[in-house]
Ligand binder design. Structure first.
Ligand code: NAP
Length: 319
């Protein structure tokens, strides 16, 4: 089988290629004209980089897109017309009614024959995995504060944070995101929400298939990897602490943490694709309102691993 990765030099594209190295599939690495003709080394293998305009997609079975919405909007329709199936990491097609929006382990059964599958927003995926075991308790409201790592904005933002931090430590002058927060992620959307918040509010009900009131605040924090979310969920059916913990533990992707455990994004989450749930505590005494935190690596669970696992659920590694 032949697979192309568009955005192969980026954070998500590189991680997708690392996953694909577990198979015998032919992998074609694609990036912008800036990178075309260069090679990237990943886990001991060298990949020649092609510009997307150079590639004949008629020989390719699957294409991963992770080069932003503008590239997906222009090239996904062309690639589909040449008979490829596509898993798109950009937000461009996510809310299209005909495009399945898939979080692996939550709703991946729905994309068996879809030519185009959308990977959700990184923050949405970890929330969908964490809330999925609670659906039979009928959540009526979810309030989220999502503290999102700098790698969520791509490798350029990571480089900027490192440089800003270095300059600030040298000069003492405030610079960029160094030792600071950004309380708005992406552009403004509507009703005072920024676009990152808009994505979570719209994508989560589509994936979970429920109508639920969602309030969300997304904040960019100077953490390198993994998004950390404070969640307050209101349920229509009451649950005890031990039952709630068992529900989380029954999910194969979730790891549950006790209060005494170390529970920070870089320490528990960096480099693995689990969804980590901790700080579980009741708000009242009736078992209907609960606080907990959800932490996950945005590059892996929030992007590359979810996309790869969708493919793995559809085709065998031996194909
Ligand atoms: N970072 C996350 O946590 C995360 C999670 C889920 C989804 N996503 C989504 O995944 C996508 C990639 O994110 P990222 O963090 O990997 O970004 P990134 O590190 O900035 O990488 C961007 C990639 O896109 C390529 N690219 C840019 N313009 C292109 C063009 N015209 N044609 C072909 N390739 C082009 C770049 O190639 P060059 O090296 O040649 O510039 C690079 O490979 C975005 O849509 C993002 O929203 C990101």
């Amino acid at each position: 089988m032949k697979i192309a990765v568009v955005g192969a030099t980026g954070l998500i594209g590189r991680a997708i290629i690392e996953h694909l190295q577990l198979s015998n599939w032919d992998v074609l690495a694609i990036a912008s004209q800036r990178s075309a003709g260069q090679t990237i080394g990943l886990a001991g293998r060298q990949y020649f980089i092609y510009a997307i305009e150079q590639v004949d997609f008629s020989e390719i079975d699957w294409v991963f897109f992770s080069a932003g919405g503008a590239v997906s909007s222009q090239y996904v329709p062309k690639v589909l017309a040449q008979g490829c199936r596509v898993i798109d990491n950009s937000s461009y097609f996510r809310m299209h009614p005909d495009v399945p929006l898939v979080a692996f382990s939550v709703n991946h059964e729905m994309c068996q024959s879809a030519p185009l599958i959308a990977n959700p927003n990184c923050s949405t995926i970890q929330l969908a995995v964490a809330l999925n075991p609670l659906l039979h308790l009928e959540p009526s409201q979810v309030i989220i504060t999502s503290m999102q790592s700098i790698s969520g904005a791509g490798r350029g933002a990571m480089a900027n944070l490192k440089e800003d931090t270095r300059c600030m430590l040298q000069s003492g002058a405030m610079q960029g995101m160094a030792f600071d927060l950004d309380t708005k992620i992406d552009v403004w959307a509507d009703a005072g929400y920024c676009k990152e918040e808009w994505k979570i509010r719209h994508e989560l009900p589509k994936i979970l298939g429920i109508d639920v009131l969602i309030g969300v605040t997304t904040v960019r924090v100077p953490v390198l990897f993994a998004h950390s979310q404070s969640v307050t969920v209101t349920l229509k059916r009451s649950v005890s602490l031990s039952e709630l913990i068992s529900l989380f533990e029954d999910s194969p992707l979730i790891r549950v943490y006790a209060h005494e455990d170390i529970f920070s994004p870089m320490k528990v989450s960096y480099g693995n694709a689990n969804v980590h749930v901790g700080r579980i505590r009741p708000v009242g005494t009736d078992g209907l309102v609960w606080n907990f935190m959800v932490i996950s690596d945005n590059i892996l669970r929030g992007g590359a691993t979810n996309a790869f696992e969708i493919l793995r659920s559809l085709v065998s590694v031996n194909e």
